[in-house]
Design a binder for this molecule. Structure first.
Ligand SMILES: Nc1ncnc2c1ncn2[C@@H]1O[C@H](COP(=O)(O)OP(=O)(O)O)[C@@H](O)[C@H]1O
Ligand SMILES: [Mg+2]
Length: 569
């Protein structure tokens, strides 16, 4: 038996009179049960707290009121414990004849009575039974403690599990949110791609139509002009021709806007101060917008110049301002903001510094469907005859062709902001000047001495254009040689024909006007070349400065250009 076990199973004996105590201890030693004698009840109460297997108490040792400390201990026992007590009674004082002992039994709980004098065997068997009972109580305690430990462990595990569940839910929620954002971003990118592909194909279509149309108008206008000269100068006839001419001119300005949308405009970019540009438009804007519109300019001081086609930007600003006015039929304010901004780059703009002109109105705004189509050519919500649907499309095309972007933000009832992003110039602003081609200057001197009608080689693959241009030139008194391709023109030059000037179309199958000019320049560097451009995006390079004439042109413009190149005074 270990020390602890012997304490927890020991018998505490209280029998102050006679030899009862020593006898009991002696007898218990015989069955290997440790017994300790306590001098009084309070000493016994102290020992009980240290541990005990049973109490053996002589009835006469204590008076009823002295039981309190033992009773307190017994009453405070944990559920598993019910300390056995053997009460030594007097001879003939068994429970049936001793009501005080019965009351004591009820008060103390697990009490057995042993009448003195007792036979040692009876004591042995009672002590053994008490020890067995106490051992079972200790077993129960162990099981209880084990159960409690398990429950505590379970509780710890359960709380860990619930923590895990909670963080798992949180992680799932975070991941879901991330995926949702990714999907939304991907959908938006796809939508933008689709939109830009649509604009791309509409642009190609529009550009093609505008180009063909431009050539037709060219033929119509030049022939009308020649007709005007040849027909008698009667008011009736003049009115008809003027009417036809005006119609053709309106058609021509329409094709210009279509070409702008298709980004096939012949742009003349230069370094320009946008603040000065907008300030210079103030008068024009006031006149175009009317008295109901308050115009407010906000121009950031010290802005760097932008690389733009100033004339086209003016046109774009005017268009945006007119759209803003149309959105405010009862009047309102338009803010024009000129500033600079940096962008990290996106689908439309490469990263860098840009200049911006923003036109903000407080008008009706656009719903998402209108906003998504606003830039399409010919898309207009305005009544027939009021809108052409080309304002935003040409502004958009212009912005993109210059290396910028048109950004629209709008919501119904919240007004609209149209932002024109334009690239910063790398050179200081200059006064727009068309530099004369060196060859043209060289020939000018040569041409002065030519004492005969100048001969002009006209190169164009479109017979209608070639014919009308030739007609206009001949009408001006020049001799004309026609060629329907660059190849043919080279043959004519190689044959050594006397030619004073070559005028060529730019867009031709096989060889472009610029390619032709380059080849001609290597053979006849002094020959002036005039490039007729309808729509093409002219490549940069040494030929970019060739004198140009935009189609459709009128006879007076043609005459001015030719005379400049031949230096006719
Ligand atoms: N500032 C604006 N406020 C509200 N709607 C606008 C604004 N600018 C353009 N829009 C819408 O975009 C359409 C297309 O504009 P635009 O290309 O300039 O053609 P148009 O002005 O000839 O209709 C307009 O018809 C209008 O519905
Ligand atoms: Mg418009």
């Amino acid at each position: 038996m270990s020390g602890t076990d012997s304490v927890s199973l020991r018998a505490l004996v209280l029998a102050p009179n006679g030899r009862d105590a020593s006898l009991t201890v002696q007898l218990l030693k015989g069955i290997d049960v440790r017994a300790e004698i306590c001098p009084d009840l309070s000493a016994m109460a102290v020992e009980m707290r240290r541990g005990a297997g049973m109490l053996i108490i002589a009835e006469e040792a204590v008076r009823t009121e002295q039981w309190a400390p033992v009773h307190e201990f017994l009453a405070a026992q944990p559920t598993w414990s019910d300390l056995p007590i053997i009460l030594l009674t007097h001879r003939g004082g068994g429970p049936d004849r001793n009501p005080a002992a019965v009351r004591l039994g009820e008060l103390l709980g697990n009490v057995s009575f042993l009448e003195r004098p007792f036979h040692p065997v009876t004591l042995h068997s009672m002590v053994r039974a008490a020890a067995r009972g106490r051992r079972r109580q200790y077993d129960a305690r162990q099981r209880l403690e084990e159960r409690e430990r398990l429950i505590a462990e379970l509780a710890v595990e359960r709380s860990a599990l619930s923590d895990l569940t909670r963080t798992l839910e949180q992680r799932v929620a975070e991941r879901t949110a991330l995926l949702t954002r990714e999907v939304a971003a991907r959908e938006k990118a796809q939508e933008q791609l689709l939109q830009s592909q649509k604009m791309e194909s509409v642009g190609k279509l529009t550009g093609g139509i505008a180009h063909d149309f431009n050539n037709l108008l060219m033929a119509v206008m030049s022939n009308l002009e020649l007709l005007r000269k040849r027909l008698p100068d009667e008011p009736g006839i003049r009115r008809l021709i003027d009417g036809a001419m005006q119609g053709a001119q309106r058609g021509s300005s329409l094709t210009q806007r279509m070409l702008a949308f298709a980004r096939q405009q012949d742009l003349k970019t230069m370094s320009a101060d946008l603040g000065a540009l907008v300030r210079g438009m103030l008068e024009l804007l006031h006149r175009s917008l009317g008295p109901q519109i308050a115009l407010r300019l906000h121009i950031e001081p010290g802005l760097p110049p932008a690389e733009v086609d100033a004339q086209q930007v003016e046109l774009a600003v005017l268009n945006l301002a007119i759209n803003a006015r149309d959105a405010m039929p009862d009047g309102g304010a338009i803010d024009v903001v000129v500033d600079q901004a940096r962008t990290p780059g996106d689908a439309h703009l490469s990263p860098g510094n840009y200049l911006r002109i923003r036109i903000r109105d407080e008008g009706c705004g656009m719903d998402p469907a209108t906003l998504s189509r606003a830039v399409e050519p010919f898309f207009s919500t305005k009544p027939l005859g009021k809108g052409t649907g080309l304002g935003l499309s040409m502004t958009h095309g212009l912005a993109v062709q210059m290396g910028g972007h048109l950004d629209l933000s709008s919501a119904p009832g919240a007004g609209t902001v149209a932002t024109l992003w334009m690239p910063m110039a790398t050179r200081p602003p200059v006064e727009p000047a068309v530099p004369a081609a060196p060859a043209a200057t060289a020939t000018a001197t040569a041409a002065v001495g030519v004492n005969r009608t100048a001969r002009i080689l006209v190169v164009d693959d479109d017979p209608l254009i070639a014919m009308s241009t030739a007609d206009m030139l001949e009408d001006l008194g020049y001799a004309v040689i026609e060629a329907d391709s660059g190849k043919r023109a080279l043959e004519i030059i190689a044959a050594g024909q006397a030619i004073d000037l070559m005028m060529t179309d730019q867009a031709m199958p096989g060889m472009t006007g610029i390619q032709l000019a380059e080849l001609v320049r290597s053979k006849r560097p002094e020959l002036p070349v005039l490039l007729a451009t309808g729509y093409t995006d002219l490549p940069a390079g040494k030929m970019a400065n060739l004198p140009r004439l935009s189609k459709p042109y009128q006879q007076a413009q043609l005459q001015a250009e030719i005379e400049k190149l031949l230096d006719v005074r």
